[in-house]
Design a protein around this ligand. Structure first.
Ligand SMILES: *Cc1c(COP(=O)(O)O)cnc(C)c1O
Length: 503
Protein backbone atom coordinates (compact mmCIF):
# COMPACT_ATOMS: atom_id res chain seq x y z
CA UNK A 1 0.00 0.00 0.00
CA UNK A 2 1.21 3.45 -0.91
CA UNK A 3 1.94 6.16 1.62
CA UNK A 4 -0.28 8.46 -0.46
CA UNK A 5 -3.35 6.47 0.50
CA UNK A 6 -6.13 8.66 1.84
CA UNK A 7 -5.05 11.83 0.06
CA UNK A 8 -3.49 11.05 -3.28
CA UNK A 9 -6.01 13.21 -5.17
CA UNK A 10 -5.56 16.20 -2.87
CA UNK A 11 -3.02 19.00 -3.37
CA UNK A 12 0.39 18.25 -1.93
CA UNK A 13 0.80 21.88 -0.96
CA UNK A 14 -2.49 23.50 0.08
CA UNK A 15 -0.96 26.97 0.25
CA UNK A 16 0.20 26.68 -3.33
CA UNK A 17 -3.30 25.51 -4.29
CA UNK A 18 -4.78 28.54 -2.53
CA UNK A 19 -2.51 30.95 -4.41
CA UNK A 20 -3.32 29.31 -7.68
CA UNK A 21 -7.07 29.56 -7.07
CA UNK A 22 -6.77 33.24 -6.21
CA UNK A 23 -5.12 33.79 -9.56
CA UNK A 24 -7.83 31.81 -11.30
CA UNK A 25 -10.56 33.77 -9.58
CA UNK A 26 -9.03 37.07 -10.67
CA UNK A 27 -8.96 35.83 -14.23
CA UNK A 28 -12.59 34.68 -13.98
CA UNK A 29 -13.83 37.98 -12.59
CA UNK A 30 -11.97 39.88 -15.33
CA UNK A 31 -13.50 37.62 -17.95
CA UNK A 32 -17.02 38.22 -16.66
CA UNK A 33 -16.47 41.93 -16.40
CA UNK A 34 -15.01 42.14 -19.90
CA UNK A 35 -17.62 39.96 -21.55
CA UNK A 36 -17.85 42.45 -24.42
CA UNK A 37 -14.42 41.27 -25.53
CA UNK A 38 -15.53 37.70 -25.73
CA UNK A 39 -17.96 37.01 -28.56
CA UNK A 40 -18.36 33.50 -29.90
CA UNK A 41 -15.45 32.29 -31.99
CA UNK A 42 -15.05 28.90 -33.58
CA UNK A 43 -13.03 26.50 -31.45
CA UNK A 44 -9.56 25.81 -32.88
CA UNK A 45 -9.50 22.77 -35.13
CA UNK A 46 -6.85 21.04 -33.07
CA UNK A 47 -8.55 21.47 -29.69
CA UNK A 48 -9.62 17.86 -29.51
CA UNK A 49 -6.12 16.68 -30.46
CA UNK A 50 -4.61 18.96 -27.86
CA UNK A 51 -7.01 17.85 -25.15
CA UNK A 52 -6.98 14.14 -25.72
CA UNK A 53 -6.63 12.23 -22.53
CA UNK A 54 -5.14 9.17 -24.15
CA UNK A 55 -2.00 9.32 -26.20
CA UNK A 56 0.33 12.27 -26.59
CA UNK A 57 -2.29 14.96 -26.70
CA UNK A 58 -1.09 17.27 -23.99
CA UNK A 59 0.41 20.52 -25.28
CA UNK A 60 3.06 21.02 -22.71
CA UNK A 61 4.74 17.71 -23.15
CA UNK A 62 7.62 18.85 -20.95
CA UNK A 63 5.30 19.07 -17.96
CA UNK A 64 3.74 15.77 -18.60
CA UNK A 65 4.54 12.86 -16.33
CA UNK A 66 4.16 9.66 -18.26
CA UNK A 67 2.45 6.96 -16.28
CA UNK A 68 4.03 3.56 -16.22
CA UNK A 69 2.48 0.91 -18.45
CA UNK A 70 -0.04 3.40 -19.60
CA UNK A 71 -0.73 5.47 -22.63
CA UNK A 72 -1.61 8.47 -20.47
CA UNK A 73 0.21 11.17 -18.65
CA UNK A 74 -0.52 13.34 -15.63
CA UNK A 75 0.38 17.02 -15.31
CA UNK A 76 0.68 19.39 -12.39
CA UNK A 77 -2.65 21.08 -11.69
CA UNK A 78 -1.00 24.44 -12.32
CA UNK A 79 -0.31 23.59 -15.94
CA UNK A 80 -3.76 22.05 -16.36
CA UNK A 81 -5.27 25.28 -15.06
CA UNK A 82 -3.16 27.26 -17.52
CA UNK A 83 -4.40 25.07 -20.35
CA UNK A 84 -8.01 25.59 -19.30
CA UNK A 85 -7.60 29.37 -19.23
CA UNK A 86 -5.69 29.58 -22.51
CA UNK A 87 -7.14 26.82 -24.64
CA UNK A 88 -10.63 26.10 -23.39
CA UNK A 89 -12.12 29.12 -21.67
CA UNK A 90 -12.10 31.45 -24.71
CA UNK A 91 -14.29 29.06 -26.72
CA UNK A 92 -17.69 29.34 -25.07
CA UNK A 93 -21.02 29.65 -26.88
CA UNK A 94 -20.60 33.41 -26.57
CA UNK A 95 -23.92 33.86 -24.80
CA UNK A 96 -22.32 36.02 -22.13
CA UNK A 97 -21.89 38.68 -24.83
CA UNK A 98 -24.58 41.40 -25.06
CA UNK A 99 -24.88 40.88 -28.82
CA UNK A 100 -25.76 37.22 -28.51
CA UNK A 101 -29.43 36.83 -29.46
CA UNK A 102 -29.50 33.34 -30.90
CA UNK A 103 -31.95 30.71 -29.63
CA UNK A 104 -32.79 31.54 -25.98
CA UNK A 105 -29.57 31.49 -23.98
CA UNK A 106 -29.13 33.09 -20.58
CA UNK A 107 -26.07 35.24 -20.02
CA UNK A 108 -24.88 34.13 -16.58
CA UNK A 109 -24.92 36.25 -13.44
CA UNK A 110 -21.83 37.13 -11.38
CA UNK A 111 -23.61 36.46 -8.08
CA UNK A 112 -24.19 32.84 -9.10
CA UNK A 113 -20.45 32.28 -9.33
CA UNK A 114 -20.29 32.65 -5.56
CA UNK A 115 -22.89 29.92 -5.23
CA UNK A 116 -21.25 27.63 -7.77
CA UNK A 117 -17.96 27.74 -5.91
CA UNK A 118 -19.61 27.04 -2.58
CA UNK A 119 -21.79 24.28 -4.03
CA UNK A 120 -18.72 22.66 -5.49
CA UNK A 121 -16.94 22.74 -2.16
CA UNK A 122 -19.97 21.37 -0.29
CA UNK A 123 -20.46 18.73 -2.99
CA UNK A 124 -23.89 17.72 -1.71
CA UNK A 125 -25.84 14.89 -3.17
CA UNK A 126 -29.29 16.47 -3.20
CA UNK A 127 -31.41 13.38 -3.85
CA UNK A 128 -32.47 13.23 -0.24
CA UNK A 129 -31.48 12.92 3.39
CA UNK A 130 -31.40 15.48 6.12
CA UNK A 131 -29.29 18.31 4.81
CA UNK A 132 -29.44 22.08 4.46
CA UNK A 133 -29.47 21.95 0.68
CA UNK A 134 -33.02 20.59 0.73
CA UNK A 135 -34.24 23.65 2.64
CA UNK A 136 -32.69 25.95 0.05
CA UNK A 137 -34.35 24.01 -2.76
CA UNK A 138 -37.67 24.14 -0.88
CA UNK A 139 -37.27 27.91 -0.55
CA UNK A 140 -36.68 28.24 -4.31
CA UNK A 141 -39.66 26.04 -5.14
CA UNK A 142 -41.91 27.96 -2.75
CA UNK A 143 -40.85 31.22 -4.37
CA UNK A 144 -41.51 29.90 -7.86
CA UNK A 145 -44.97 28.64 -6.82
CA UNK A 146 -45.70 32.00 -5.26
CA UNK A 147 -44.65 33.90 -8.40
CA UNK A 148 -46.74 31.51 -10.48
CA UNK A 149 -49.74 32.51 -8.36
CA UNK A 150 -50.40 28.97 -7.13
CA UNK A 151 -50.94 30.18 -3.57
CA UNK A 152 -53.64 32.60 -4.73
CA UNK A 153 -56.05 29.82 -5.62
CA UNK A 154 -57.33 28.61 -2.25
CA UNK A 155 -55.91 28.08 1.19
CA UNK A 156 -55.69 24.33 1.21
CA UNK A 157 -53.49 24.18 -1.85
CA UNK A 158 -50.18 22.41 -1.44
CA UNK A 159 -48.00 23.20 -4.45
CA UNK A 160 -44.51 21.89 -4.84
CA UNK A 161 -41.88 21.09 -7.41
CA UNK A 162 -38.32 20.16 -8.10
CA UNK A 163 -35.33 21.74 -9.82
CA UNK A 164 -34.27 19.98 -12.99
CA UNK A 165 -31.61 20.18 -15.66
CA UNK A 166 -34.04 22.12 -17.82
CA UNK A 167 -37.51 22.34 -19.25
CA UNK A 168 -37.00 19.17 -21.33
CA UNK A 169 -36.61 17.10 -18.19
CA UNK A 170 -39.36 18.98 -16.35
CA UNK A 171 -41.73 18.21 -19.24
CA UNK A 172 -41.16 14.48 -18.86
CA UNK A 173 -42.01 14.70 -15.16
CA UNK A 174 -45.08 16.85 -15.85
CA UNK A 175 -46.45 14.41 -18.41
CA UNK A 176 -45.82 11.49 -16.08
CA UNK A 177 -47.97 13.32 -13.52
CA UNK A 178 -50.60 14.05 -16.16
CA UNK A 179 -50.74 10.37 -17.04
CA UNK A 180 -51.21 9.09 -13.52
CA UNK A 181 -53.89 11.71 -12.89
CA UNK A 182 -55.84 10.97 -16.06
CA UNK A 183 -55.16 7.25 -16.51
CA UNK A 184 -54.53 6.08 -12.95
CA UNK A 185 -51.46 5.02 -11.02
CA UNK A 186 -51.45 1.45 -12.31
CA UNK A 187 -49.32 2.53 -15.27
CA UNK A 188 -46.43 2.62 -12.80
CA UNK A 189 -46.54 -1.14 -12.44
CA UNK A 190 -48.21 -2.26 -15.61
CA UNK A 191 -46.75 0.03 -18.22
CA UNK A 192 -48.70 1.23 -21.21
CA UNK A 193 -49.80 -2.04 -22.72
CA UNK A 194 -53.49 -2.39 -22.21
CA UNK A 195 -53.88 1.38 -21.89
CA UNK A 196 -56.21 3.23 -24.23
CA UNK A 197 -54.40 5.50 -26.72
CA UNK A 198 -53.67 8.93 -25.27
CA UNK A 199 -53.17 12.36 -26.78
CA UNK A 200 -51.59 15.61 -25.70
CA UNK A 201 -52.52 18.83 -27.47
CA UNK A 202 -50.06 21.59 -28.28
CA UNK A 203 -49.69 24.66 -30.40
CA UNK A 204 -48.02 23.98 -33.74
CA UNK A 205 -45.23 26.24 -32.49
CA UNK A 206 -44.64 24.13 -29.36
CA UNK A 207 -41.14 23.01 -28.46
CA UNK A 208 -39.73 19.65 -29.57
CA UNK A 209 -39.18 18.58 -25.95
CA UNK A 210 -42.89 17.70 -25.75
CA UNK A 211 -42.56 15.22 -28.62
CA UNK A 212 -39.49 13.75 -26.99
CA UNK A 213 -41.26 13.44 -23.65
CA UNK A 214 -44.06 11.46 -25.27
CA UNK A 215 -41.48 9.22 -26.93
CA UNK A 216 -39.85 8.73 -23.59
CA UNK A 217 -43.17 7.87 -21.94
CA UNK A 218 -43.74 5.19 -24.54
CA UNK A 219 -46.70 6.77 -26.36
CA UNK A 220 -44.66 8.00 -29.29
CA UNK A 221 -44.49 11.41 -30.87
CA UNK A 222 -47.64 10.74 -32.92
CA UNK A 223 -49.59 11.06 -29.70
CA UNK A 224 -48.83 14.80 -29.76
CA UNK A 225 -51.51 16.66 -31.71
CA UNK A 226 -50.53 19.99 -33.20
CA UNK A 227 -53.25 22.58 -33.16
CA UNK A 228 -52.97 25.42 -35.66
CA UNK A 229 -52.34 28.95 -34.44
CA UNK A 230 -53.97 32.24 -35.23
CA UNK A 231 -51.73 33.98 -37.77
CA UNK A 232 -52.06 37.33 -36.05
CA UNK A 233 -51.37 36.38 -32.44
CA UNK A 234 -49.56 33.05 -32.80
CA UNK A 235 -51.96 31.56 -30.21
CA UNK A 236 -53.37 28.08 -30.42
CA UNK A 237 -56.91 28.24 -31.87
CA UNK A 238 -59.20 27.09 -29.06
CA UNK A 239 -62.06 26.28 -31.41
CA UNK A 240 -59.79 23.92 -33.36
CA UNK A 241 -58.58 22.43 -30.10
CA UNK A 242 -62.11 21.76 -28.94
CA UNK A 243 -63.07 20.13 -32.26
CA UNK A 244 -60.08 17.84 -31.92
CA UNK A 245 -60.82 17.01 -28.28
CA UNK A 246 -64.40 16.07 -29.10
CA UNK A 247 -63.38 13.90 -32.05
CA UNK A 248 -60.76 12.08 -30.02
CA UNK A 249 -63.05 11.44 -27.08
CA UNK A 250 -65.66 10.02 -29.46
CA UNK A 251 -63.00 7.79 -30.98
CA UNK A 252 -62.04 6.42 -27.57
CA UNK A 253 -58.76 8.34 -27.34
CA UNK A 254 -57.94 9.76 -23.91
CA UNK A 255 -56.95 13.43 -23.73
CA UNK A 256 -53.97 13.19 -21.38
CA UNK A 257 -52.99 16.86 -21.31
CA UNK A 258 -53.46 20.21 -22.92
CA UNK A 259 -50.13 21.98 -23.10
CA UNK A 260 -50.05 25.73 -23.36
CA UNK A 261 -46.89 27.47 -24.47
CA UNK A 262 -45.97 30.69 -22.70
CA UNK A 263 -43.37 32.09 -25.06
CA UNK A 264 -42.98 30.12 -28.28
CA UNK A 265 -39.44 29.67 -29.52
CA UNK A 266 -40.46 30.95 -32.95
CA UNK A 267 -41.97 34.38 -32.38
CA UNK A 268 -42.44 34.60 -28.61
CA UNK A 269 -46.21 34.09 -28.71
CA UNK A 270 -48.27 33.26 -25.61
CA UNK A 271 -51.21 30.88 -25.67
CA UNK A 272 -54.49 31.92 -24.04
CA UNK A 273 -53.87 30.18 -20.73
CA UNK A 274 -57.26 31.07 -19.24
CA UNK A 275 -59.09 29.62 -22.24
CA UNK A 276 -56.94 26.48 -22.26
CA UNK A 277 -57.49 25.91 -18.56
CA UNK A 278 -61.26 25.91 -18.95
CA UNK A 279 -61.05 23.46 -21.83
CA UNK A 280 -58.84 21.24 -19.68
CA UNK A 281 -61.45 21.31 -16.93
CA UNK A 282 -64.28 20.64 -19.34
CA UNK A 283 -62.50 17.60 -20.81
CA UNK A 284 -61.17 16.39 -17.49
CA UNK A 285 -57.57 16.58 -18.49
CA UNK A 286 -54.30 17.91 -17.13
CA UNK A 287 -53.23 21.45 -18.00
CA UNK A 288 -49.49 21.91 -18.36
CA UNK A 289 -47.69 25.11 -19.36
CA UNK A 290 -44.33 25.17 -21.11
CA UNK A 291 -43.12 28.49 -19.78
CA UNK A 292 -39.41 27.84 -20.31
CA UNK A 293 -38.61 31.52 -20.68
CA UNK A 294 -42.07 33.11 -20.67
CA UNK A 295 -42.58 32.33 -16.98
CA UNK A 296 -40.42 35.30 -16.12
CA UNK A 297 -42.90 37.81 -17.58
CA UNK A 298 -44.63 37.28 -14.21
CA UNK A 299 -41.90 39.43 -12.65
CA UNK A 300 -42.34 42.42 -14.94
CA UNK A 301 -43.87 45.53 -13.39
CA UNK A 302 -45.45 46.39 -16.74
CA UNK A 303 -49.01 45.19 -17.26
CA UNK A 304 -48.66 44.58 -20.97
CA UNK A 305 -45.83 42.14 -20.32
CA UNK A 306 -47.14 40.46 -17.18
CA UNK A 307 -50.52 40.01 -18.82
CA UNK A 308 -48.95 37.60 -21.33
CA UNK A 309 -48.96 34.86 -18.69
CA UNK A 310 -52.24 35.70 -16.99
CA UNK A 311 -53.97 32.47 -16.03
CA UNK A 312 -50.77 30.51 -15.56
CA UNK A 313 -51.84 29.83 -11.96
CA UNK A 314 -54.76 27.81 -13.32
CA UNK A 315 -52.35 25.16 -14.61
CA UNK A 316 -51.68 21.80 -13.00
CA UNK A 317 -47.98 22.07 -13.79
CA UNK A 318 -45.43 24.50 -15.19
CA UNK A 319 -42.00 23.79 -16.69
CA UNK A 320 -39.59 26.72 -16.62
CA UNK A 321 -35.92 27.57 -16.94
CA UNK A 322 -33.95 29.79 -14.60
CA UNK A 323 -31.00 29.41 -16.99
CA UNK A 324 -32.85 31.44 -19.61
CA UNK A 325 -34.23 34.88 -18.75
CA UNK A 326 -32.93 35.26 -15.18
CA UNK A 327 -29.52 34.20 -16.49
CA UNK A 328 -28.76 31.71 -13.72
CA UNK A 329 -25.77 29.65 -14.84
CA UNK A 330 -26.47 26.38 -16.65
CA UNK A 331 -28.19 24.23 -15.90
CA UNK A 332 -31.18 25.22 -13.84
CA UNK A 333 -34.76 24.40 -14.77
CA UNK A 334 -37.80 23.53 -12.68
CA UNK A 335 -41.10 21.76 -12.59
CA UNK A 336 -43.76 23.18 -10.32
CA UNK A 337 -47.13 21.56 -9.72
CA UNK A 338 -50.31 22.41 -7.85
CA UNK A 339 -50.56 19.10 -6.10
CA UNK A 340 -47.51 17.96 -4.17
CA UNK A 341 -49.03 14.65 -3.04
CA UNK A 342 -49.88 13.68 -6.57
CA UNK A 343 -46.39 14.39 -7.87
CA UNK A 344 -44.97 12.24 -5.11
CA UNK A 345 -47.41 9.45 -5.81
CA UNK A 346 -46.31 9.57 -9.45
CA UNK A 347 -42.59 9.43 -8.85
CA UNK A 348 -41.64 8.17 -5.41
CA UNK A 349 -40.21 4.70 -5.21
CA UNK A 350 -37.67 3.86 -2.60
CA UNK A 351 -36.07 0.51 -2.06
CA UNK A 352 -35.06 -0.65 1.40
CA UNK A 353 -31.58 0.86 1.29
CA UNK A 354 -33.07 4.30 0.79
CA UNK A 355 -35.69 4.33 3.52
CA UNK A 356 -35.98 7.37 5.79
CA UNK A 357 -35.18 7.36 9.44
CA UNK A 358 -36.92 9.49 12.09
CA UNK A 359 -33.66 11.31 12.74
CA UNK A 360 -30.02 11.28 11.74
CA UNK A 361 -28.80 11.84 8.21
CA UNK A 362 -31.39 9.46 6.76
CA UNK A 363 -34.11 11.73 8.16
CA UNK A 364 -35.49 14.88 6.59
CA UNK A 365 -39.09 15.21 5.55
CA UNK A 366 -38.44 16.11 1.93
CA UNK A 367 -36.40 13.93 -0.35
CA UNK A 368 -36.31 15.46 -3.78
CA UNK A 369 -35.74 12.10 -5.39
CA UNK A 370 -39.40 11.38 -4.57
CA UNK A 371 -40.39 14.13 -7.00
CA UNK A 372 -37.96 13.50 -9.81
CA UNK A 373 -36.22 10.85 -11.88
CA UNK A 374 -32.83 11.74 -10.43
CA UNK A 375 -31.41 10.20 -7.33
CA UNK A 376 -27.96 11.73 -7.21
CA UNK A 377 -28.29 15.40 -8.07
CA UNK A 378 -26.28 18.55 -7.60
CA UNK A 379 -27.02 21.60 -5.48
CA UNK A 380 -28.42 23.75 -8.28
CA UNK A 381 -30.77 25.43 -5.82
CA UNK A 382 -27.93 27.44 -4.33
CA UNK A 383 -27.22 29.46 -7.48
CA UNK A 384 -30.90 30.13 -8.07
CA UNK A 385 -31.41 31.12 -4.45
CA UNK A 386 -28.36 33.39 -4.55
CA UNK A 387 -29.46 35.19 -7.72
CA UNK A 388 -32.98 35.74 -6.36
CA UNK A 389 -31.71 36.82 -2.96
CA UNK A 390 -29.03 39.15 -4.31
CA UNK A 391 -30.98 40.65 -7.23
CA UNK A 392 -34.58 40.42 -6.01
CA UNK A 393 -37.50 39.83 -8.33
CA UNK A 394 -37.70 43.50 -9.20
CA UNK A 395 -34.30 43.57 -10.89
CA UNK A 396 -35.02 40.37 -12.79
CA UNK A 397 -38.43 41.74 -13.77
CA UNK A 398 -36.84 44.97 -15.00
CA UNK A 399 -34.51 42.99 -17.23
CA UNK A 400 -37.54 41.20 -18.67
CA UNK A 401 -39.20 44.56 -19.33
CA UNK A 402 -36.06 46.10 -20.85
CA UNK A 403 -35.50 43.09 -23.09
CA UNK A 404 -39.08 43.27 -24.41
CA UNK A 405 -38.68 47.00 -25.07
CA UNK A 406 -35.41 46.31 -26.90
CA UNK A 407 -37.08 43.70 -29.10
CA UNK A 408 -39.80 46.25 -29.91
CA UNK A 409 -37.08 48.78 -30.72
CA UNK A 410 -35.41 46.30 -33.02
CA UNK A 411 -38.81 45.83 -34.66
CA UNK A 412 -38.98 49.59 -35.31
CA UNK A 413 -35.51 49.62 -36.85
CA UNK A 414 -36.44 46.69 -39.07
CA UNK A 415 -39.69 48.36 -40.11
CA UNK A 416 -37.82 51.45 -41.26
CA UNK A 417 -35.13 49.51 -43.14
CA UNK A 418 -35.11 49.24 -46.91
CA UNK A 419 -33.61 45.73 -47.10
CA UNK A 420 -35.28 43.75 -44.30
CA UNK A 421 -38.85 43.48 -43.05
CA UNK A 422 -40.66 42.17 -39.98
CA UNK A 423 -41.89 38.61 -40.38
CA UNK A 424 -44.15 38.72 -37.33
CA UNK A 425 -45.19 41.45 -34.92
CA UNK A 426 -42.96 41.72 -31.84
CA UNK A 427 -45.03 40.48 -28.90
CA UNK A 428 -42.42 40.08 -26.22
CA UNK A 429 -38.65 39.62 -26.43
CA UNK A 430 -38.35 38.02 -29.87
CA UNK A 431 -37.96 39.84 -33.17
CA UNK A 432 -38.13 37.82 -36.41
CA UNK A 433 -37.41 39.45 -39.72
CA UNK A 434 -36.74 38.38 -43.28
CA UNK A 435 -35.02 39.85 -46.31
CA UNK A 436 -37.17 41.86 -48.71
CA UNK A 437 -38.37 39.63 -51.52
CA UNK A 438 -35.89 40.72 -54.22
CA UNK A 439 -33.02 39.91 -51.84
CA UNK A 440 -34.64 36.73 -50.65
CA UNK A 441 -34.44 35.23 -54.13
CA UNK A 442 -30.63 35.56 -54.25
CA UNK A 443 -29.50 35.33 -50.62
CA UNK A 444 -30.51 33.19 -47.71
CA UNK A 445 -30.67 34.12 -44.07
CA UNK A 446 -28.42 31.27 -42.95
CA UNK A 447 -25.56 32.79 -44.96
CA UNK A 448 -26.15 36.15 -43.32
CA UNK A 449 -26.39 34.70 -39.80
CA UNK A 450 -23.15 32.72 -40.27
CA UNK A 451 -21.28 35.67 -41.78
CA UNK A 452 -22.23 37.90 -38.84
CA UNK A 453 -21.24 35.20 -36.35
CA UNK A 454 -17.88 34.59 -38.03
CA UNK A 455 -17.17 38.33 -38.09
CA UNK A 456 -18.25 38.68 -34.47
CA UNK A 457 -20.94 41.17 -35.35
CA UNK A 458 -23.63 39.53 -33.26
CA UNK A 459 -25.47 36.24 -33.08
CA UNK A 460 -28.90 35.75 -34.61
CA UNK A 461 -30.42 32.32 -35.07
CA UNK A 462 -32.72 31.45 -37.96
CA UNK A 463 -36.27 30.14 -38.13
CA UNK A 464 -38.80 29.44 -40.85
CA UNK A 465 -42.21 30.98 -40.46
CA UNK A 466 -44.53 29.51 -43.04
CA UNK A 467 -42.76 30.02 -46.34
CA UNK A 468 -40.38 32.64 -45.06
CA UNK A 469 -36.88 32.16 -43.74
CA UNK A 470 -36.11 34.60 -40.95
CA UNK A 471 -33.35 35.94 -38.81
CA UNK A 472 -34.45 35.76 -35.24
CA UNK A 473 -33.29 37.68 -32.18
CA UNK A 474 -34.36 36.48 -28.75
CA UNK A 475 -33.23 39.06 -26.21
CA UNK A 476 -32.76 37.67 -22.70
CA UNK A 477 -29.44 39.28 -21.82
CA UNK A 478 -29.42 41.87 -19.02
CA UNK A 479 -26.35 43.47 -20.62
CA UNK A 480 -27.90 44.25 -24.01
CA UNK A 481 -28.41 47.96 -24.77
CA UNK A 482 -30.12 50.03 -27.48
CA UNK A 483 -26.73 50.57 -29.06
CA UNK A 484 -26.26 46.79 -29.34
CA UNK A 485 -29.57 46.51 -31.15
CA UNK A 486 -28.66 49.39 -33.48
CA UNK A 487 -25.24 47.93 -34.20
CA UNK A 488 -26.65 44.51 -35.01
CA UNK A 489 -29.29 45.82 -37.43
CA UNK A 490 -26.66 48.01 -39.05
CA UNK A 491 -24.40 44.95 -39.39
CA UNK A 492 -27.22 42.99 -41.07
CA UNK A 493 -27.83 45.82 -43.53
CA UNK A 494 -24.14 46.27 -44.35
CA UNK A 495 -23.64 42.56 -44.80
CA UNK A 496 -26.63 42.38 -47.14
CA UNK A 497 -25.35 45.23 -49.27
CA UNK A 498 -21.95 43.64 -49.50
CA UNK A 499 -23.37 40.25 -50.51
CA UNK A 500 -25.70 41.80 -53.08
CA UNK A 501 -22.78 43.71 -54.65
CA UNK A 502 -20.75 40.53 -54.82
CA UNK A 503 -23.53 38.70 -56.70
C1 LIG B 1 -35.63 26.20 -24.16
C2 LIG B 1 -37.01 25.73 -24.26
C3 LIG B 1 -37.34 24.40 -23.98
C4 LIG B 1 -36.29 23.38 -23.62
O1 LIG B 1 -35.69 23.71 -22.42
P1 LIG B 1 -34.27 23.11 -21.97
O2 LIG B 1 -33.99 23.83 -20.71
O3 LIG B 1 -33.32 23.45 -23.07
O4 LIG B 1 -34.43 21.66 -21.80
C5 LIG B 1 -38.65 24.03 -24.03
N1 LIG B 1 -39.61 24.91 -24.36
C6 LIG B 1 -39.36 26.20 -24.67
C7 LIG B 1 -40.47 27.13 -25.01
C8 LIG B 1 -38.04 26.65 -24.63
O5 LIG B 1 -37.76 27.93 -24.91
Amino acid sequence: MSSEMGHRLDPIDWEEYRQQLHGLLDHCVDTMRNCRNLPWRPPPEDLFEKSRLRGDGYVEESLCVRLEDDDECSSPLKSVQEMILQNIMPYSTGNTHPQFMGWVHGAGIPSALVADIVASVMNCNCGGRNQGAADIEKACIEWLCWKAGYYDIHESIDPFGVLTGGTSQATILALMAARTRVCGYSVRQEGIQGMKPVRVYVSEAAHSCIYRAMECLGHGSNSVKKISVCTKTGRMKSNMLEVRLRQDVEAGIVPMAIIGTAGTVTIGAYDDLIGLSSLARKYNTWFHVDAAFGFWTRLSAENDIRRLTDGIHLSDSIALDAHKWPGVQYDCGALIVQDKKHLRATLASRPAYLTSAPDGLAGGDTWFTDYSLDLSRNFRALKLWTVIKAAGSRAIGSTVTDNCRLAAYMGELVASSSCIELAAPVQSNICCFSLISQYESVLNVTQIASALQMRQLGVFSTVSLGERQCLRAAIVNHRTTMKDVEDMIFAVESCLEEFIKAQ
